[in-house]
Design a protein around this ligand. Structure first.
Ligand code: NAD
Length: 495
């Protein structure tokens, strides 16, 4: 059955075949404690339940991961390459099922879920190619010594996964960790537990040895907190909110555990008056409304030169109002908000902006799936002419809400663009190459794109500055978190 046929079957009431329990030491282990319902955000109705793990399951997973590390770290790099390539192929072979479950669990559209699964396969393929190229270097200390470095795996790695890109965030951390010779304990978000479990099984069947990948489902404050505070963990990769990132950092500090933090942003798209109106309107639309705005690097702030403001706002309003939204499996332009809790947060941000007298150009309301009248949706929303200190400019809303600011000079554009606590991504639209290059240097963020908001790929490092976090994922830089450099010196025998 194709993904769409499986989607149609689910929508007409066929139950999903889902994994159950935690994945520890190469097999599913039944949960002992409470369970939690998984809710389809496109319907606002439970479709399954999963086990809530805690300290005992984390203990078992870490035990398994630590034992497996002693074996996996010694596997020949070229053999790790072969296994990771098989993983990429296995993800592709299971793409329809993964995308279906991802779309139902997260609320995103089937097309978005398919893209997410495809990029997950690419991540395994990319890091397969890197596993056998983790070379050290020789260092010249003069005639008395021979010196060289080795890149060694850091050990057991913890992966705390968010709900907005459950499959690709798992792959983004797990693929380089395995390539480097590390083992894994992953804790998916409580609203999206299933694709991590599916992936653990698929990757193990593809040849990843038992114990190398473990997944414990559960609440952040139980399973998550037990994992990040455990001294057996050598590196934590965390993706989520700033507040939880700070809590994870504090929990890791007593053990001096290494961290990669990817904490979100409030990324600007700077549009100069000489830019191509249609290209900016298209770029700005998908920068904020893709995945219903639930993207850490979403272009949530449009900073537009005054001469372009009126025409651009007219085009953006038309485009926003033309966006179809609804249950992700019917493949509209935009899917659901991941949980009713998060929908409430998005709505509260917009209600507060309305109460402050901000200009809501379009949208601004909670909505439902047009076909069923159910589910958790928010209209594509544009809030215009905001001051630099407005909360709609400063706070990460993490929903389909675009904040618009106007500028008159290049210096002002840079000041506004850099004027938040974050620094994940930025984009510039102008045909003036000199100006574009000046901005690529002046914008304070981990990534800058010119004349195309979503330019990039698994090959390009990704990560932020300031409250967007630290460390880089993807690209060859993504391996650095999972390796440590050992320097070796040998005294040369004298003649
Ligand atoms: P969160 O940061 O609380 O959750 C992210 C992950 O951390 C989940 O797996 C959760 O179980 C886990 N977690 C929570 N508390 C933990 C703890 N004490 N120790 C270890 N792990 C813990 O995010 P949320 O509450 O689901 O969403 C809130 C906000 O986070 C959103 O509004 C958005 O701004 C932001 N967010 C950002 C991203 C991103 O990609 N950067 C992703 C999701 C959410």
């Amino acid at each position: 059955m194709s993904a769409q046929q499986m989607a149609d079957a689910y929508l007409s009431g066929t139950a999903l075949d889902l994994p159950d329990g935690h994945f520890i030491n190469g097999r599913f282990v039944a949960g002992q404690g409470d369970r939690m319902e998984s809710v389809d955000p496109g319907l606002g109705e439970a479709f399954a339940s999963f086990a809530l793990g805690g300290a005992a399951e984390i203990d078992a997973a870490l035990d398994s991961s630590r034992k497996a590390f002693e074996m996996w770290r010694l596997v020949k790099p070229s053999d790790r390459t072969a296994i990771l390539l098989r993983c990429a192929n296995a993800i592709r072979a299971n793409a329809d099922r993964l995308a279906l479950v991802e779309a139902i669990d997260s609320g995103k559209t089937l097309a978005e879920a398919q893209g997410d699964v495809a990029s997950s396969a690419r991540l395994f393929e990319y890091y397969a190619g890197a596993a056998d190229k983790l070379d050290g270097r020789s260092v010249d200390l003069g005639p008395d010594y021979t010196a060289f470095t080795r890149r060694e795996p850091v050990g057991v790695t913890a992966h705390i996964i968010p709900w907005n890109y459950p499959t690709s965030t798992f792959a983004r951390g797990v693929a380089p960790a395995l390539a480097a010779g590390c083992t894994v304990v992953a804790k998916p978000a409580e609203t999206t537990p299933f694709t991590a479990l599916l992936l653990a099984e698929i990757l193990t069947e593809a040849g990843v040895p038992e114990g190398v990948i473990n997944v414990v489902t559960g609440l952040g404050r139980d399973a998550g907190a037990a994992l990040v505070s455990d001294p057996r963990v050598n590196h934590i990769t965390f993706t989520g909110s700033v507040a939880t990132g700070v809590a994870v950092t504090q929990a890791a500090a007593p053990n001096v555990t290494r961290l990669t933090l990817e904490l979100g942003g409030k990324s600007p798209l700077v549009a100069f008056a000489d830019a191509d109106l249609e290209a900016v309107a298209d770029g700005a639309t998908w920068a904020i409304f893709s995945n219903a705005g639930q993207i850490c690097s979403a272009g949530s702030r449009l900073i537009v030169e005054r001469g372009l403001r009126d025409d651009l706002l007219d085009r953006l309003k038309e485009k926003a109002q033309a966006i179809t939204f609804g249950h992700g499996l019917r493949n509209p332009d935009m899917g659901a908000i991941n949980s009713d809790l998060h929908l409430g947060r998005v709505a509260a941000h917009v209600d507060a902006a309305r109460a402050r007298g901000c200009k809501i150009v379009t949208g601004g309301n909670v909505a439902t799936d047009p076909e069923s009248g159910k589910g958790w949706f928010f209209e594509p929303t544009i809030i215009a002419d905001l001051s630099a200190d407005d909360p709609a400019v400063q706070d990460e809303i993490f929903g389909p809400v675009l904040s618009v600011q106007v500028f008159d000079t290049e210096d002002e554009a840079i000041r506004l663009a850099n004027g938040t606590a974050f620094g994940l991504m930025a984009s510039v639209y102008t045909p003036d190459l000199g100006r574009a290059m000046r901005l690529t240097q002046a914008l304070d963020s981990g990534q800058v794109t010119v004349n195309d908001y979503w330019a990039g790929g698994v090959e390009l490092p990704f990560g932020g500055n300031h409250k967007s976090g630290y460390g880089r994922e993807k690209g060859l830089e993504g391996l650095e978190a999972y390796t440590t450099t050992k320097s070796i010196t040998i005294k040369n025998a004298s003649r």
